[in-house]
Design a protein around this ligand. Structure first.
Ligand SMILES: Cc1cc2nc3c(=O)[nH]c(=O)nc-3n(C[C@H](O)[C@H](O)[C@H](O)COP(=O)(O)OP(=O)(O)OC[C@H]3O[C@@H](n4cnc5c(N)ncnc54)[C@H](O)[C@@H]3O)c2cc1C
Length: 450
């Protein structure tokens, strides 16, 4: 082995695996660290399990990219917990460090002190969806999420509709179970709640449920349910609004959740040490700007609040941030401010430059914070994954230019890094057989269960 570059990638999902594929195809040694046993990121933990065909396809692509002789996979290692950013950048000797860590933290609800009630009447979307995706697994060891009837969901973006669907599916499933009727979540999602109930001679009102309520700050027309052309004419705007309203009413017909629009959460209701609801203020659109209506505050009591207002990157000590997102010098390149050889591959970055033109998608994709885009169809999710992959490709091209001026690592140094990698792999019980590892760690799939 001659002198060469060794590149570290944190996060092995859509963006990280694409970067690994691009680099290994150019003959580079790549080390892919992931905090989880499986490198599938949001595909495994955020994409609701009813999209299992898309999930399997996307996970298969990741496997192809990571199962390569030049790619060294290190599962269960989290940057900022098991290895520090400082040691990775200053001690290991990598030619470049790529951050493909996605957006794993929930944006906090903007109500003072509300996080004291997490899991005491308040859930956040990310762990909640991860639970739903795996709650059929008899070996599931994570936190259990009870879902009482009448929950409030605060949202308006992509994931909040999924959350409302999950809540309705799970509460209906449990109510049916009490009547001795077993139906699984996939069937309820596929057919819709009224149809499944009808097959059992029931109506929703027979279950004694009132359903959950999704609260949004805007009206349905203002939610990015379908694309809106840039600078739309009044007719184009009107048409898009109508389509959005039609789409929302179809989703609600199938999943029966309630909707309260033009409501912004402003305060909490606490009773007996638990969150017992929220105070909402009414809003209205004034030339595209959302304004509060004075004296419009009202209490809404509920046994559970689920916040689904977006995902942001988890803070990693040592990295520069601007607000919630990574501070970069140039958005196209994704180079982290203050470091010559550290690059962000995801979309949660600040900085100059627009990557939109280079990304093959015809839909509006939020480029700063994820979870702003409402997905109704599987195809929409596919578009988002393609966009993430494409963004990684563009950033790798840009990063390769800066590698050209970076010194190659001598053979001895390359071996030293790979030895350290092997020691870490050993520590987490990974023997280098990627396929075997995946097979041993893939959880049971609901669609394959009786
Ligand atoms: C509910 C939902 C909403 C979405 N909303 C949007 C949107 O609005 N806009 C958009 O462009 N795309 C959106 N997407 C699409 C999708 O999230 C992304 O485009 C795509 O998944 C991003 O892939 P990724 O590899 O960058 O991130 P992820 O799939 O999040 O993968 C990140 C990987 O990094 C690992 N990781 C995280 N932190 C660490 C750490 N500290 N150390 C080691 N490993 C770590 C994780 O385990 C994970 O495997 C959404 C997807 C879902 C499921």
């Amino acid at each position: 082995m001659s002198s060469q570059h060794v590149i570290a990638i944190f996060g092995g999902a859509v963006a990280g695996s694409e970067a690994a594929a691009q680099l290994s195809a150019r003959g580079k040694q790549v080390v892919v660290f992931d905090q989880n046993a499986l490198p599938y990121g949001k595909i495994e933990n955020g994409l609701p399990k009813w999209h299992y065909k898309l999930r399997d396809r996307q996970e298969g692509l990741i496997n192809e990219k990571l199962n390569h002789p030049l790619v060294h996979f290190v599962p269960n290692i989290k940057l900022g917990r098991d290895v520090s950013f400082n040691e990775i950048v200053n001690e290991w000797g990598f030619s470049a460090v790529l951050l493909a860590t996605g957006a794993w933290a929930d944006r906090p609800l903007p109500i003072e002190g509300i996080n004291d009630y997490e899991n005491k009447g308040l859930y956040y979307q990310n762990p909640f969806v991860a639970w739903f995706n795996h709650n059929h697994d008899p070996g599931y060891k994570g936190r259990w999420y009870d879902i009482p009837d009448g929950a409030i969901i605060v949202g308006g973006g992509l994931a909040s509709i999924d959350v409302a669907k999950i809540v309705m599916i799970e509460t209906t499933r449990q109510a049916l179970e009490k009547r001795g009727i077993t139906v699984n979540a996939l069937e309820l999602e596929h057919k819709g709640i009224p149809k499944v109930l009808d097959e059992h001679g029931l109506q929703f009102s027979d279950l004694g449920l009132k359903g959950c309520t999704l609260f949004t700050r805007r009206d349905v027309g203002g939610m990015a349910l379908t694309p809106m052309p840039e600078n739309p004419t009044p007719e184009e705007r009107e048409k898009a609004m109508k389509t959005r309203e039609k789409l929302m009413s179809k989703v609600r017909e199938k999943f029966l959740f309630n909707l309260e629009t033009h409501r912004a959460p402003v305060n909490k209701i606490v009773e007996n040490g638990r969150l017992a609801g929220l105070v909402f203020e009414e809003t209205r659109d004034e030339n595209g700007r959302l304004v509060s209506i004075p004296d419009s505050r009202r209490e809404y009591r509920a046994p559970l609040v689920i916040s689904s207002i977006g995902s942001i990157p988890e803070k990693i000590p040592g990295l520069p941030y601007e607000g919630d997102i990574f501070k970069v010098d140039d958005r196209r390149q994704g180079k982290i401010s203050g470091f010559d050889n550290v690059f962000a591959l995801g979309n949660a970055v600040t900085g100059r430059g627009n990557i939109r033109e280079s990304v093959i998608h015809s839909r509006q994709v939020s480029e700063t914070i994820v979870d702003q885009f409402l997905v109704v169809n599987e195809q929409d999710y596919n578009t988002l994954f393609q966009a993430a992959e494409e963004r990684a490709k563009v950033r790798i091209d840009a990063m390769m230019q800066s590698l050209e001026v970076c010194e190659l690592k001598p053979e001895g140094k390359v071996q030293e890094i790979l030895k350290k990698v092997e020691a870490l792999q050993k520590k987490v019980g990974y023997d280098g057989d990627y396929d075997k590892w995946i097979k041993n760690h893939l959880p049971p799939r609901l669609e394959n269960m009786a």
